[in-house]
Design a binder for this molecule. Structure first.
Ligand code: FEO
Length: 164
C-alpha cells in the first residue's frame, strides 16, 4: 500500500507529465502552423511520450492499491518565439522535470518505499536520455542557425524521428 505522502506526490507528478505533454503539443501546433512539419512531428511524438509517462505513474498507483487523483492542467502558450527558443524551453522544462523526479525519489527514500524507488529509477534514466537528446538538437540549432536552408534541413531531420 502506498503511503498518503507518496500517493499525493505521484498524483502531482501525473499532472506534471500531462502538462509536459500539453506543452509539447502546443509547441507542435505552433510549428505545424509556421511551416515546420518535421519539428511538429518531433514535438508531437514527445507529447505522446509524456502521456505515456503519466500513464506509467497512473498504472503504478493502481497497481499499489492506491487512488489516482487527477489535477487541473495549466494552459500552455499558443505562440513561441523561434525554433531555438522552443528547444531552449524544452530543455529548461526537462531540467525542471528531472528535479521533480529527484524530489519524488527523495520522498520514496524518506517513506522507505522500496518499490517506488525501483519504479522511479526508470524515470531517472529516462531524464538523462531526454536531456541529452534535446541538448543534441539545441547544439545543432546553435551551430547551423535556426533560419533558411539550415532550418529546413534540420526540420526534415527532426521529422524522421521514430517511435522509441
Ligand atoms: Fe516525462 Fe520529458 O519527462
Amino acid at each position: 500500500m502506498l503511503s498518503e505522502k507518496m500517493q499525493a506526490a505521484i498524483n502531482e507528478q501525473i499532472k506534471n507529465e500531462l502538462y509536459s505533454s500539453y506543452l509539447y503539443l502546443a509547441m507542435s501546433a505552433h510549428c505545424a502552423a509556421e511551416g515546420l512539419p518535421g519539428t511538429a512531428v518531433w514535438l508531437r511524438m514527445q507529447a505522446q511520450e509524456e502521456l505515456e509517462h503519466a500513464l506509467k505513474f497512473f498504472d503504478y498507483v493502481n497497481e499499489r492499491g492506491g487512488r489516482v487523483e487527477l489535477h487541473a492542467i495549466d494552459k500552455p502558450a499558443v505562440h513561441f518565439e523561434s525554433p531555438r527558443a522552443i528547444f531552449e524551453e524544452v530543455l529548461a522544462h526537462e531540467q525542471k522535470v528531472t528535479a521533480l523526479i529527484n524530489n519524488l525519489y527523495e520522498v520514496a527514500l524518506a517513506e522507505k518505499d522500496y518499490p517506488s524507488q525501483i519504479m522511479l529509477q526508470w524515470f531517472i534514466n529516462e531524464q538523462v536520455e531526454e536531456e541529452a537528446s534535446v541538448n543534441e538538437i539545441l547544439d545543432l540549432l546553435k551551430l547551423m542557425g535556426d533560419k533558411g536552408h539550415a532550418l529546413a534541413m534540420l526540420d526534415r531531420q527532426l521529422g524522421q524521428r521514430e517511435a522509441d
